[in-house]
Design a protein around this ligand. Structure first.
Ligand SMILES: Nc1ncnc2c1ncn2[C@@H]1O[C@H](COP(=O)(O)OP(=O)(O)OP(=O)(O)O)[C@@H](O)[C@H]1O
Length: 455
């Protein structure tokens, strides 16, 4: 008895301390979790999430010596409730006839009873459902990310933020040739890309290169600090961009020639990126600058039109053929028409994200026709300033789109990371030459007009 009291006292003290130390949002969730547990039996009966077992148990039959009819038992799914700042995560056991489908049907009523903005029911293992209830809309709460400066545990995993149920979302960019990022100006595209660079920069197995169509020199604009961690950078000059894209296509072709010698396999992903054969992340920001059509018959306009057409061809090459050689292209644009990122490039990028858009046509240009089937996820719903930093992303593994609250990464943090990791910057073409001295890394395709690395 005394021992029981002592255990209870310790538990009560632990509980009170935990409650006092929690922030205001978490305290509300703790109270919510208590309410969910306390009211569950009654609520489950009202929502028909219970079953009546008319058959007496063996024990009840034995105890029933006077042969009176045994009362049927009402079974209610047992619950395990945990909380986080946004709400509760409830695991419930299924019962015969009460499973995923019944819980999903009851979800709106659970949301009302538990005072949640949203409730989602999923099944992570047989016989158990997970009910996620969020009291507050995680999409509406701005978050921040402070990069650690540590090399990532898993190469090519892109941590994006929180979904509408406050669950962390990340995508595996292994074997991914391209990503598109679209959205109205000032809604968080650059911050999203900054995070990727800052999280990955401490790894020597990753090299970055950037074309930013919004600026003329690296000293201006969003990448002014991060340029230290990039082996090449060009601004809005079409000719300079053209030369850079050629250089990258050339690198891709040289890697094809060198793969068997250096890696012993034909696809870099079979062995993974390394400091000697790094994953090359090509960032093309304000991509429309490089691809847009130039109309006019004067020689200068004609030249620009030819350069833009060739840029599109070169970037298409990188996206279509770069994956197995360890080249990942990320294209960002604030322009919302089909020519901003040519559809023949967009359609080979398996991952698309879009921040707010003005019209559904713009959403379609950014995310493809499928977004029409998922009106809730249409980024036209994200135009309120509360949604700066929120993007819709096509699911990799299932139909539909996820809405993600991405965190803000400050310029100060990205500058610090670039400074700390600048010494890791190397041109992947130099690495290749150093590994294969004397081997011609030139063309393996006679029709290809791009110059050879061995020049
Ligand atoms: N994830 C975020 N959470 C909260 N605020 C953000 C986030 N991302 C960006 N912001 C705010 O929005 C501003 C603009 O962001 P950012 O430069 O990333 O937008 P953008 O879409 O790249 O714009 P542009 O197309 O003009 O380059 C930032 O200075 C910051 O104040």
């Amino acid at each position: 008895m005394l021992l029981g009291l002592a255990v209870f006292a310790v538990w009560a003290v632990w509980w009170v301390v935990r409650y006092i130390r929690a922030d205001a949002m978490t305290r509300q969730s703790i109270r919510q979790a208590v309410r969910v547990r306390r009211t569950w039996k009654r609520l489950a009966l009202m929502l028909k999430l219970s079953v009546t077992d008319k058959m007496p148990t063996a024990l009840a039959s034995l105890a029933n010596t006077d042969n009176k009819p045994v009362k049927p038992r009402v079974l209610v799914p047992s619950l395990k409730v945990v909380h986080d700042p946004y709400g509760v995560i409830v695991r419930a056991n299924c019962l015969p006839g009460v499973g995923l489908e019944q819980f999903q049907k009851a979800a709106p009523h659970l949301a009302d009873a538990w005072r949640c903005t949203r409730v989602a029911v999923t099944q992570d293992k047989p016989g158990q459902v997970v009910i996620r209830g969020v009291r507050l809309d995680p999409l509406k709460f701005a978050t921040e990310h402070h990069p650690t400066g540590e090399a990532p545990d898993e190469i090519a995993r892109w941590d994006l933020g929180l979904d509408e149920y406050a669950q962390p979302v990340s995508v595996d960019l292994t074997q991914v040739p391209g990503v598109t990022v679209a959205g109205l100006p000032g809604f968080g595209k650059t911050s999203l890309i900054n995070r990727l660079i800052c999280d990955w920069a401490p790894s020597p197995a990753i090299q970055f290169v950037c074309a930013d169509g919004k600026v003329s020199t690296a000293r201006e604009g969003d990448y002014a600090h991060l340029v230290k961690r990039m082996f090449a950078f060009v601004g809005d000059d079409l000719e300079a961009a053209n030369a850079l894209f050629r250089r990258l296509v050339e690198l891709r072709r040289a890697r094809v020639t060198a793969a068997e010698h250096v890696l012993g396999v034909q696809s870099m992903w079979e062995v993974g990126p390394s400091a000697a054969w790094p994953l090359v992340v090509v960032i093309i920001d304000e991509a429309h600058t490089y691809f847009r059509d130039h109309k006019g018959s004067d020689p200068r306009t004609k030249k620009l039109a030819a350069l833009a057409a060739e840029n599109a061809r070169l970037v298409e090459d990188l996206v279509k053929k770069g994956r197995s050689m360890g080249i990942l292209t990320i294209l960002a644009t604030q322009k919302s028409t089909g020519d901003a990122i040519p559809t023949f490039i967009r359609d080979v990028c398996p991952i698309g994200l879009s921040f707010a858009q003005k019209t559904t046509e713009a959403s379609v240009a950014a995310l493809g026709e499928d977004i029409r089937k998922w009106p809730d996820a249409d980024p036209t719903n994200l135009q309120d300033r509360a949604y700066v930093g929120v993007a819709s992303m096509n699911h990799q593994s299932q139909p539909g789109f996820a809405r993600i609250r991405t965190p803000f990464v400050s310029g100060k943090d990205s500058a610090a990371i670039a400074q700390q990791t600048a010494h890791l910057t190397t041109d992947p073409a130099d690495l290749l030459r150093a590994q294969l001295p004397g081997i011609d890394l030139g063309k393996d395709d006679p029709d290809d007009t791009t110059p050879s690395l061995a020049a």
